[in-house]
Write a protein that binds this ligand. Sequence first.
Ligand code: EPU
Length: 422
Amino acid sequence: MDKIVVEGGVPLRGSVDVSGAKNAALPIIAATLLAEGDHAVRNVPDLADVRTLGRLLGHMGCQVERGAIDRRALGIRVPAAVSPEAPYELVKTMRASVVVLGPLVARWGRARVSLPGGCAIGARPIDQHLKGLAALGAELRLEHGYVHASVPRGRLRGAVFTFDGQTVTGTENVMMAAALAEGESVLRNCAREPEVRDLADALQAMGARIEGAGTDEIWVEGVERLRPIEHTVIPDRIEAGTFLVAGALPGGDVTVRGVVAAHQEGLIEKLRAIGATVSETGGGLRVVGDGRPRPVDVRTAPYPGFPTDMQAQMMVLLCLAEGSSKITETVFENRFMHVQELQRLGADIAVDGKVALVKGVPALSGAPVMASDLRASAALVLAGLAAQGTTEVLRVYHLDRGYERIEEKLAPLGARIRRVKA
Ligand code: EPU
């Protein structure tokens, strides 16, 4: 298994480009199932998760090809009939595969999709996806680890549905299904993440009638047929945020090109609070880290709050702060797996339920560490960059699920980082 080796203690300086957003690309690729024909999805990051979803669409009978249009684009040919099934072997490696459920039910009136099961960061049920699809007229049975969906009357019917709690992929699944339902749907308590909005933009380009995506109430007027997608995915706000944190490490000065500043408000506020200077440059954001960060309390929340996907990376900064900070994780119940690894690097952190108390230390010291999930891995790379000596991050496959060649993006900033092939 590959590992990332970092010789830390060198402040990062320079510019880095952001890739397309994984969490927008995934549902948009799933949305191609809503229309027969040749789709073009541009600015798609070349990541393990994207390849997994490509394999899943291939399994159903679609053709997915990178590079035919341009290097950053996926060409997807969706035939008139697909086999509407997502097997456990593929879903277990990526729970986001569940975003095919809404499109399959809407277009073919039936689907067999494996339940994703738990994951390192929490139980992550999909009850809200299922409740929303049931409200649109799908019949859902859970059997042998699979969701079996059918639509007795042939076509879904628009409905008013209120999510019990905000869910990103749940909102996406139900919105995609409603796009082909008969009549009007009103979805309430929706997730407001920019990725939901980007999916809605892609659906609109397909001919869907959707308003309100990006707010907590989405209105959809179903149409009978959609046309193939031609869409460019938004920049990845979490990859960008990870580089912004790298710039805020002591002595850093990093410009992140292509980031959408409006998507970073929750993070920018905290970076300024710790004493970093954040400024907009033409087409990017520049972060200059001062000396040791100031402590600050952080509470994760759905967008536009502080993203749970940035919690681990922010913790690295606070590990080096002059004082104590409190981090409260409200979105997932078990998202402190990185704490034990950061402790191996000399961090002083105590976890009590959903709260982590981080007492800043003057310096971290390199050590071998193990990645447990995607964002935890990114945090360990950042910690390695800040630490004195050598850090080896093992189980890099987690990192490759969501970051495009992170070592190649960080090295030009002065990071002494390399991938060691197994
Ligand atoms: N939840 C339910 N029932 C549901 C759905 C969700 O109780 O039916 C709960 C979850 O257990 C969790 C909370 O609601 O406690 C929020 O989960 P959400 O459904 O919003 O998460 P998701 O859609 O599965 C997406 C991202 C995650 C990101 C979260 C939160 C994608 C593909 N994934 O997951 O990204 O952390 O939203 O913002 O969009 C990552 O990229 O590293 C990642 C984990």
